[in-house]
Design a protein around this ligand. Structure first.
Ligand code: FES
Length: 64
């Protein structure tokens, strides 16, 4: 699913970039080789970074 329409970036590409030690939305765009344009996707990407951090820290408990 496309998250960033302006740059045709899908959720998988963005999540991979977020997990690659991205510390900010700008880092995610840099890793994808793109720049933000309209900004509509920025909250979703920020959420992906937070999710990647939670997974990194092990604070997510898998639901059974
Ligand atoms: S949707 Fe991502 S910059 Fe416009």
């Amino acid at each position: 699913m496309y998250v960033c329409i302006c740059n045709a970036l899908n959720d998988r590409e963005l999540a991979d970039a977020a997990r690659a030690e991205a510390r900010s939305v700008a880092d995610v765009f840099r890793r994808c080789g793109r720049r933000p344009q309209c900004g509509k996707c920025l909250p979703d990407i920020a959420e992906m970074i937070e999710e990647a951090r939670r997974l990194e820290s092990g604070s997510v408990i898998a639901a059974e």
